[in-house]
Design a protein around this ligand. Structure first.
Ligand SMILES: [Zn+2]
Length: 191
């Protein structure tokens, strides 16, 4: 349900141009509706200012303003085609997605997910530290603890370690996509 809603929060410059939303001075609201029920799921405000469009929306109840710059290219058959400029890397894109608190292109949002894996990592560490505190040094079974309890705690620790590994390699993959030159870094060659 959550994922579905996230996926719908995309804006397509072709549609916005077609509907006249990007005309200088135009302001209004844009909403996403559930294709099954027709119910509104999310909405943003927009104001077109010639070379940019200002988006207003709220993230976790906090009002947010984002300026997205527009660029134009000439069409083969006359007229111009408008594009959004991705606020992260400045590339020309047709579609922006709202994720991680701001609109950006699909590629840059994937990298933002990579930095979220840092949080996942921290959480796994904290959980592991809590469990380890219940055990003796080197995960030894403290006096009075049942051996099945120790086994259960150790398996939680191993699960935390696995989760950290997965989060880390997800982060590394995202960094390598963003900075391909890192591939030749001796530190990473071991991967
Ligand atoms: Zn981008």
């Amino acid at each position: 349900m959550h994922v579905k809603a996230e996926h719908c929060r995309r804006i397509d410059v072709r549609r916005w141009q077609r509907e006249g939303i990007l005309q200088d001075g135009r302001a209004g609201g844009w909403q996403w509706t559930d294709p099954d029920t027709g119910k509104q799921m999310a909405a943003i405000g927009y104001r077109a200012n010639g070379s940019s469009v200002t988006l207003n929306y709220s993230i976790d109840g906090k009002p947010t303003t984002q300026i997205v710059w527009l660029t134009e290219t000439a069409c083969n058959y006359g007229g111009t085609r408008q594009w959004f400029t991705c606020p992260i890397r400045g590339e020309r894109v047709a579609v922006l997605f709202l994720r991680a608190g701001r609109f950006a292109c699909r590629h840059c949002q994937r990298i933002a997910y990579g930095s979220q894996s840092g949080d996942l990592c921290d959480r796994a560490w904290r959980k592991q530290a809590k469990v380890e505190a219940k055990l003796g040094p080197n995960w030894a079974r403290p006096k009075g603890m049942h051996s099945t309890t120790r086994e259960r705690l150790v398996s939680i620790i191993l699960e935390c370690e696995e989760r950290r590994d997965a989060a880390l390699s997800g982060y590394l993959d995202a960094m390598l996509r963003r900075y391909p030159s890192l591939r030749s870094d001796p530190l990473l060659r071991m991967r």
